[in-house]
Design a protein around this ligand. Structure first.
Ligand code: ATP
Length: 761
């Protein structure tokens, strides 16, 4: 048997102010000494170092109660430390790995556990000088079926603990003795982990639930983006064809129109130059001269006509005068007075007639003629006077002078007629000249008109050309605008869909196409429609959305996978728990059976007969409730539905009718307890058992039986016994005496059996 327990070292722990070491490398070690010397402190030191958390079970209420509190001569300390050394040659000590993972083997021949407590209550644990958690200590010691409050350390007065423990606590004690505690711890761990994992699963499910609408939203967005991408492709392709065709159409049509326009501009300018020339060459000075000439002729003709008319009027008068003058009354042949008188009157009348005709206005008579008439008038007056004066006696014959005057007038009349004739010839000449001048003027005007006609002809042409030019200009401008718009469209398409002319594949798009403005406008309109749809969809490439969608899906898949993993973990944890529970149940049942065998035997040995057994009982929590008939029945509490098994201890003693354990005497109780304890220890022996005055109540005979059992037990477990019992001391291999002098500090000494008996007193 390996002597697992090697040493215990106490320093500042309770009454052990000085560092005190105990060696246990023998089957049975006895600690002896007088009351109050500190023996139980050694046992508590053992509990302490193995991770005991109940201060009460170490007779303290705070961590500082574990530290040497000082005495009259030794001052108090601020730290207590206990170290325990185990043999680990067989590498039995292992630390549990995480749930489902491999345990970690501690590759040391010795394992030294150490626990320190400071006055503020802080605890520090270490394994071979490496600081560890309490859990690691508990985990480690459970490997060798040693628990802090376990069955292997029976404190003073605790021997019959198993007797008055509740069925459940008894079951726990048995489980621990059977080494099932490690499984319980594993179940606890697994349950904790399960709980955490389930919480984590809920968290992840929550996250996925939160993600779901976002994913749905993003999916729709991505579909939109994909549709838009198709639209963009379509747009890019269609725009390429459109741009190609629009350019081709523009190059052809616009160039023709531009050439035509430029030709018309040149033509129009040439005509305008001709017009300018035609306008400036008209010289009107000859016309002015001709008009002046015509006016001169008119003036002359008016003068001549007036003169002719004056002469004509004078001629008329002269002719009238001459007519009268030629009608001179003939002298009457009968010369009666009456005849004479008549003749006289006739002559006078003639005279008056002539005189009246002689009154010419000077402006219409020529000078010569006027003097002739004047001469006639005077001669007539004289002749008239003569007649009037001479009466009938007077020769009434016309005097020759008068005749001469008439002749002269006659001559004069001929002159006038001659003059008139000349004037008319002149007038006629003037008319001829006038006509010629007029003709010239007419001709001039005719030429002017002709020139004007030419000018207007040109102007009409220029006008026609101008409007044609304007029309063409309008078309050229329209082409320019069309081209500019095409360039703008290309730039816009470059930005919108990354259009590049080089991407447009072939000229095939142009084969058999006869474009015009309308067909191109139609195409462009169609493109605009697509463009609006692209812009409505947000214009951008949508890379961000696709990226976000992929990332979100990735995250969701990651979470889904994690959920899968978590499910795996949950299932394996639940399996693990189930397996552990099954294992505990199995080992427990089998263990209890074995314990019962030992227990029965031990009871029989100790009491010289009788029986002892552990009975499993259903201790599932029940509550009392009333039925409809008013009967009270116990029902299983639904909340505590999981079936729980407890352990009941049954004993019969020879010749005694034991109905309850309470009926046993102190010594009997002690023996039953020890029997149960030893039975437990034999099934799955702990590496060591500490028994603090378990033998206190035994009489001599029973002390011997007890001593026998100790020896038997020491073949499977190392024993450390605190005792005042001589019989017990006699079975020990090593004896430690604990004393306390006046300084209140416990001291340890190795003693021989006889000394021990003395020390114990
Ligand atoms: P018995 O034989 O009566 O059971 P024992 O040898 O087991 O006695 P313990 O109970 O181990 O004696 O020791 C008790 C002694 O330890 C007491 O005298 C007590 O004063 C002392 N003691 C306990 N705690 C401390 C402490 N923190 N500092 C100093 N001394 C302490």
């Amino acid at each position: 048997m390996i002597h697992r327990l090697k040493t215990l070292s106490l320093s500042g722990f309770k009454s052990f102010a000085k560092t005190t070491a105990l060696d246990f490398s023998v089957p049975v070690t006895a600690i002896v000494g007088p009351n109050g010397s500190g023996k139980s402190n050694v046992v508590e030191g053992m509990r302490f170092v193995l991770g005991e958390q109940s201060l009460k079970s170490m007779r303290g209420s705070s961590g500082s109660d574990m530290i040497f509190g000082g005495s009259r001569t030794v001052s108090k300390m601020n730290r207590a430390s206990v170290a325990i050394t185990f043999d680990n040659h067989d590498r039995i000590f292992q630390l549990s790995g995480d749930v489902g993972e491999q345990d970690i083997s501690l590759d040391f021949d010795e394992i030294i556990l150490k626990r320190e407590v400071f006055s503020d209550g802080t605890n520090v644990y270490s394994i071979n000088d490496s600081q560890v958690r309490l859990k690691d200590i508990q985990d480690l010691v459970s490997r060798v079926h040693v628990g802090a409050s376990g069955h292997h350390i029976i404190s003073q007065g605790e021997a019959d603990r198993i007797l008055h423990a509740s069925p459940r606590d008894r079951r726990m004690m048995i489980e621990e003795a059977l080494g099932l505690r490690i499984h319980r711890m594993k179940i606890k761990d697994a349950e904790r982990k399960l709980e955490k994992t389930k919480a984590h699963m809920q968290e992840i499910e929550g996250l996925r639930r939160e993600l779901a609408p976002h994913i749905r939203f993003l999916k729709k967005q991505v579909e939109k983006v994909e549709q838009t991408a198709l639209l963009r492709q379509e747009y890019k392709k269609q725009f390429g064809i459109y741009a190609l065709r629009a350019r081709a159409w523009y190059t052809q049509s616009a160039e023709q129109t531009r050439q035509e326009y430029e030709r018309i501009v040149v033509e129009r300018k040439t005509i305008e130059e001709s017009m300018a020339r035609a306008k400036t060459s008209v010289d009107e000075s000859p016309l002015r001269a001709l008009e002046q000439e015509l006016r001169t002729y008119d003036d002359l003709r008016r003068t001549y006509t007036a003169e002719r008319d004056t002469l004509g009027r004078a001629l008329g008068r002269v002719e009238a005068l001459l007519d009268v003058a030629r009608s001179i009354p003939a002298p009457t042949a009968k010369k009666t007075s009456q005849d004479v008188m008549l003749q006289q009157e006739e002559t006078l009348t003639w005279c008056d007639h002539i005189l009246s005709l002689c009154s010419f206005s000077p402006d219409i008579t020529t000078g010569e003629m006027l003097s002739r008439i004047e001469s006639l008038r005077k001669d007539i007056l004289l002749f008239k006077e003569k007649i009037q004066q001479g009466g009938n006696t007077v020769n009434q014959e016309i005097p020759p002078r008068v005749m001469h005057d008439v002749t002269a007038l006659q001559q004069e009349k001929q002159d006038i007629e001659e003059k008139i004739k000349n004037l008319e010839i002149q007038i006629q000449n003037l008319d001829t000249n006038q006509q010629s001048t007029r003709n010239q003027i007419t001709q001039f005007h005719e030429e002017g008109r002709k020139k004007e006609h030419v000018f207007y002809e040109l102007a009409t042409q220029a006008h026609t050309l101008k409007s044609k030019e304007e029309t063409l200009r309008f078309h050229v401008d329209a082409y320019d605008r069309f081209y500019q718009r095409l360039v703008d469209d290309e730039e816009e398409s470059r930005v919108l869909v990354g259009y590049h002319p080089a991407d447009v594949v072939s000229d095939e798009s142009l084969v058999g196409v006869d474009d015009n403005e309308d067909s191109l406008a139609k195409m462009r309109h169609e493109l605009e429609r697509i463009k609006i749809r692209i812009e409505d969809a947000g214009g951008g490439s949508g890379d961000d959305i696709i990226k976000e969608y992929n990332e979100t899906i990735e995250r969701d898949q990651f979470l889904e996978k994690e959920l899968g993993d978590i499910w795996g973990t949950i299932v394996s944890l639940e399996d693990l728990i189930k397996n552990l529970v099954q294992r505990i149940e199995h080992d427990f049942t089998a263990g209890v059976k074995k314990i019962n065998d030992h227990f029965g035997e031990l009871v029989s040995v100790m009491f010289g007969g009788g029986t002892g057994s552990l009975v499993l009982a259903d201790i599932t929590k029940r509550k009392t409730t009333k039925t409809e008939d008013g009967d009270e029945i116990d029902v299983v509490d639904e909340e505590e539905a999981e079936k729980e098994i407890g352990v009941i201890l049954k004993v019969t003693l020879p010749r005694k009718n034991i109905k309850s354990l309470d009926m046993l005497s102190g010594g009997e109780r002690s023996l039953v307890s020890i029997a149960a304890l030893f039975a437990l220890s034999q099934v799955n022996p702990p590496p060591f058992l500490v028994l603090d005055e378990t033998d206190a109540a035994l009489d001599e005979a029973n002390s011997r039986r007890y001593g026998d059992m100790l020896e038997k037990l020491s073949t499977v477990s190392q024993l450390v016994v605190v005792t005042h019992n001589r019989e017990t001391m006699s079975r020990a291999n090593i004896l430690y005496g604990v004393t306390m002098s006046n300084d209140g500090v416990s001291q340890l000494l190795s003693v021989k059996f006889d000394e021990a008996v003395a020390v114990a007193k």
